[in-house]
Design a protein around this ligand. Structure first.
Ligand SMILES: [Zn+2]
Ligand SMILES: [Zn+2]
Length: 233
């Protein structure tokens, strides 16, 4: 953020929401309250596994996903839940800088190894976007694209139906809620390796629904990267 803007709107800490001070993206004591995702991880969705468990989390053992692989930076616990909710609903866009820095720190090597051609944020329905003023996934995607030097396409996917928040639904309802929720834009997706960006990964039904549309339109492989991920289900 330019210095002048920093004086008028001082950057806030993504954990306690106090002014972080100077150029810091987070206050030091707050860093300890976060739970970065750490090995061992599920080989499919990147969820942290308890040691001794198999290669895949219980969720990925149970269902077949349409995406190839995915990763996230933080476990979705109470701290992350509040942080992401302020990011989305209280317009704390500056948190995005912290999230992206941490996503790169833990996942850049994985993302590089996937040879991504295009980064695509999970879209919001346009009425929801208008109400919120921005799409949090798009903001993250743009910053990541800039850092990684990979093109970002916010219009490759759009949401044609307003869906209920996934967190209010059970497994089966999540799937039917998302059926036909996404459409592709005019863009050429043929043979492309696409990285989807979202804020929270839980069961993967949103990523799978988006991946299904992209794959139907010729995408070669679909991966995802999210700020946070729930522990097994
Ligand atoms: Zn803090
Ligand atoms: Zn998994």
């Amino acid at each position: 953020m330019p210095r002048l803007l920093n004086l008028i709107y001082p950057r806030r800490c993504p954990v306690c929401d106090d002014i972080a001070g100077g150029k810091r993206l987070i206050c030091e004591p707050c860093r300890l309250r976060l739970h970065p995702v750490s090995e061992p991880l599920c080989k499919k969705c990147g969820k942290p596994l308890s040691t001794g468990e198999a290669e895949y989390c219980p969720d990925c053992r149970r269902r077949k996903h349409l995406y190839t692989r995915g990763r996230a930076a933080f476990e979705y616990g109470s701290v992350m839940k509040e942080s992401i909710s302020r990011f989305k609903y209280k317009n704390r866009r500056e948190y995005g800088d912290f999230y992206v820095r941490e996503m790169l720190k833990s996942c850049e090597a994985a993302v590089r190894s996937w040879n991504i051609d295009l980064i695509v944020p999970i879209p919001l329905h346009k009425s929801r976007r208008r109400k919120r003023g921005f799409n949090q996934a798009e903001l993250i995607a743009q910053k990541l694209g800039k850092e990684l030097g990979i093109p970002v396409s916010p219009n490759a996917l759009f949401r044609v139906r307003k869906t209920k928040p996934q967190k209010e639904l059970n497994d089966q309802e999540r799937k039917s809620n998302l059926k036909d929720a996404f459409r592709t834009g005019k863009q050429d997706l043929e043979f492309k390796k696409i990285l989807l960006i979202d804020d929270i990964y839980t069961t993967g039904s949103t990523i799978d629904a988006a991946a299904s549309v992209l794959l139907d339109h010729g995408a070669e492989k679909v991966y995802f990267l999210s700020i946070s991920i729930g522990r097994g289900y």
